[in-house]
Design a protein around this ligand. Structure first.
Ligand code: PLP
Length: 413
């Protein structure tokens, strides 16, 4: 059964698409388990970057010449592929940003221009990445709004009864991740969105860790905002996507001012462009917009359902191997619904020390607080070791990690 699933995905063939994986680090084969931080790029993506600069590089939207029109068409095609990928209703509901951090800052900053007032409430959760905490704190400081935080239980799941208690007519926005980068918890987002809507609040989903691993349908979820970063889904860095419902984006004032986002400028007054350009001041990251489309096409050729099934296999196998081989292991985050992230501690060894030793054995993991300091504080720890998997990882690599961990443990204890 297991073999069939693996064969279906054909991991060995897939790995051939990723040149960076075939190298040695410190004389050992590289096992790359830092996919939650950033993913590696398939050859089609690398080639598409080069092709863009060799054939159509030019500025978009403003030029009448051949290259500018080609670049504009390719960039807008990228937007259209993103729309299909998220099943958004319209292309202009897809705003290109610099990444999830930038998308959240866009929404927080725009809301701060008159839509949030003193005494309004914004709800986030204990599971959030700093980029889904700090912009809301800044907004609250600026407006006198109040930040409320949904607690987590010992398994790293959001306590839904407490969430319900926090919701009220004062709630203007709820901002929660779909999947936690630190623990892998998959949150019951559809249900949480419905509850927020019942009190008239908007809901922003931080999809940094969900879009690369599962099918997301923003209309089925009824999300008001949904955001993800290109670099975490096998595309270039420096580009992100903010989906917003048309009616809400129309209501929000622009984020930044400059070229591209205007209809008409005089020294007395400026009128703004329509969606999506109202939120895309300045020359965008054109090449990345074009290439993200290629990355999404690549993912869809493999199929997100198959990716999710295979990554679940890796998650189960990795968890079992770690549990069986280390009696002193403490898993941080054991939610019933989990994506392919394993966070753990070995005895009282500092995760940083193990991370450094693992690197000497070719294994790239992440150690530390994972930009979730309040969450680490909740568990009373400075950080964790985190192995996060993508569909190009293998069980053999997990075995390599387990073996390396045993050596590291011996050296450190
Ligand atoms: N939210 C989550 C859950 C993340 O995992 C990350 C990055 O690790 C971010 C937000 C920030 O993404 P970016 O650095 O691409 O803006």
């Amino acid at each position: 059964m297991e073999a069939t699933k693996t064969l279906e995905l054909n991991v060995e063939e897939i790995r051939k698409d990723f040149p960076i994986l075939h190298q040695k680090v410190e004389g050992r084969p590289l096992a790359y388990f830092d996919n939650a931080a950033s993913t590696q790029k398939p050859q089609v993506v690398i080639d598409a970057i080069s092709e863009y600069y060799q054939t159509i590089n030019s500025n978009v939207h403003r030029g009448v010449h051949h290259l500018s029109q080609k670049a504009t068409d390719a960039f807008e095609k990228g937007r259209s592929i993103v729309r299909k990928h998220l099943n958004a209703a319209q292309n202009h509901e897809i705003i290109f940003t610099k990444g999830v951090t930038d998308s959240i800052n866009l929404v927080a900053s725009s809301l701060g221009k008159g839509l949030i007032k003193e005494g309004d409430e914004i709800i986030i959760s204990t599971l959030e990445h700093h980029s889904n905490i700090v912009p809301w704190q800044m907004l609250c400081q600026q407006t006198g709004a109040v930040l409320k935080v949904i607690p987590v239980n010992d398994a790293g799941e959001l306590v839904q009864e407490e969430y319900e208690k926090l919701l009220s007519r004062k709630t203007k926005l709820v901002a929660v991740n779909h999947v936690s980068n630190a623990l892998g918890t998959v949150n019951p987002i559809a249900d949480m969105i419905a509850k927020a809507h019942a009190v008239g609040a908007w809901f922003l989903v931080d999809g940094a860790q969900s879009v690369p691993h599962m099918k997301v349908d923003v209309q089925a979820l009824d999300a008001d905002f949904y955001t993800f970063s290109s670099h975490k889904i096998f595309g270039p860095t420096g580009l992100g996507v903010l989906y917003g419902k048309e009616s809400i984006l129309e209501e929000l004032p622009p984020y930044q001012g400059g070229g591209e986002m205007i209809a008409e400028v005089t020294f007395e007054k400026t009128t703004y462009a329509g969606l999506p350009h109202k939120f895309e001041a300045g020359t965008p990251h054109i090449e990345a917009g074009v290439v993200l489309g290629k990355a999404l096409d690549y993912v869809n050729t493999i199929g997100l359902d198959r990716i999710a099934a295979y990554e679940k296999e890796l998650l189960d196998y990795g968890t079992e191997q770690l549990r069986n081989n280390f009696s002193n292991i403490r898993f941080i985050g054991e939610a019933k619904e989990k994506a392919s992230v394993i966070s753990f501690l070995l005895g009282d060894i500092h995760p940083y020390d193990i991370g450094v030793l693992l690197d000497k054995m070719g294994i790239a993991t992440r150690t530390g607080h994972h930009c979730t300091q309040p969450l680490m504080k909740h568990f009373g720890i400075p950080g964790t070791m985190r192995a996060s998997f993508a569909f190009y990882n293998t069980k053999a690599e997990i075995d390599q990690m387990v073996e390396a961990l045993a050596k590291a443990e011996m050296m450190l204890s």
